[in-house]
Design a binder for this molecule. Structure first.
Ligand SMILES: C[S@@+](CC[C@H](N)C(=O)[O-])C[C@H]1O[C@@H](n2cnc3c(N)ncnc32)[C@H](O)[C@@H]1O
Length: 286
């Protein structure tokens, strides 16, 4: 009997979500884990089986695991930092969370969120075509309300969000955990303009400020996996260095938290010794 697998992204940007699941699965297996995501292993196992069924898939899987490994240390601590920010938002009474470029995130299932919290996950249709069957097969039940928006952030997702029950009059905690850098500068601005319009006072958002040489490995290898081996697109991506100024000018109160300060509490080798790298934390002003 032939086993059927959910269709898995083996190329394109949705593949990056599998890489992050590889990272979360590895972290979850550690005795000193910073968080526990039991679904990450399910995604990884399902993806690996599906890659095996695709021409050249086994070789791509090896490359994907290698890239995930090179990003492991910093990225896994980053997941924990976002967990902490989500928990803090809930503690402060926020009940609406939107994950832009949610990928294989399972915070709606794995975090102790109150039942009246609503989590909105936005990502591409091909990502959810893989994610939802894996969650269904595991009979996973979210701890709170969860809405899936299978759409492209370059389109009019605000309308869809409204149709899914999003309430712009309530404060929202927005999570960007690695999607804006995959959008051109214009589209990243479109996303942030949209979420700004949808943000009631007290809403929270964060923008990473980092310094990477995108032409150095492992970034080039990641780009090759995502875009194919034909070359690297050099268009400007993400919000850019002036993100904080943009937020300040558009009704957000911002603070900068350096990466080294944020990670100091964790016993992991991730300090970068660069006070300019970190996160711009933004709260929507009344
Ligand atoms: C690096 S992954 C991060 C996923 C997730 N936030 C996490 O930390 O596991 C980037 C995600 O952005 C999504 N993405 C990229 N471009 C997108 C777009 N135009 N619209 C919606 N989602 C997009 C990808 O499908 C992928 O799931």
């Amino acid at each position: 009997m032939t086993e059927t697998h959910p269709k898995v992204p083996t190329a394109g940007v949705a593949l990056t979500a599998i890489g992050v699941a590889v990272i979360r699965a590895k972290e979850s297996a550690r005795p000193d884990r910073l968080y526990d995501d039991p679904f990450a292993r399910l995604f990884v196992d399902a993806a690996r089986r599906a890659y095996d069924d695709v021409d050249g898939g086994a070789e791509r899987w090896v490359r994907l695991e290698q890239v995930a490994e090179t990003f492991f240390e910093g990225r896994t601590v980053g997941v924990r930092l976002v967990d902490d920010r989500v928990a803090e938002a809930i503690e402060q009474g926020i009940r609406q969370i939107v994950l832009i470029g949610a990928g294989l995130d399972t915070r709606a299932f794995r975090m102790p969120l109150p039942a009246d919290v609503r989590v909105f996950e936005i990502d591409l249709p091909e990502l959810f075509a893989f994610k939802e069957p894996v969650l269904a097969a595991a009979q996973a039940v979210p701890r709170c309300e969860r809405a899936v928006l299978a759409t492209d952030l370059r389109e009019d997702w605000a309308k869809l969000l409204g149709e899914c029950g999003f309430r712009p009059e309530l404060p929202t905690h927005w999570v960007d955990e690695g999607v804006l850098g995959y959008l051109t500068h214009e589209y990243a601005l479109h996303v942030v303009t949209t979420l700004t319009e949808l943000s009631a006072p007290g809403s929270r958002f964060g923008v990473s400020r980092f310094a990477v040489d995108e032409n150095a490995r492992p970034y080039t290898e990641l780009k090759r996996l995502v875009r194919g081996d034909e070359g690297v697109d050099r268009s400007r991506t993400g919000l850019g260095a002036d993100a904080r100024t943009w937020l300040d000018e558009h009704g957000w109160r911002t603070e900068f938290h350096s990466w080294d300060d944020m990670v100091a509490a964790f016993d992991r080798p991730v300090a970068l010794h660069d006070p300019e790298i970190g996160v711009v934390v933004a709260v929507r002003e009344p």
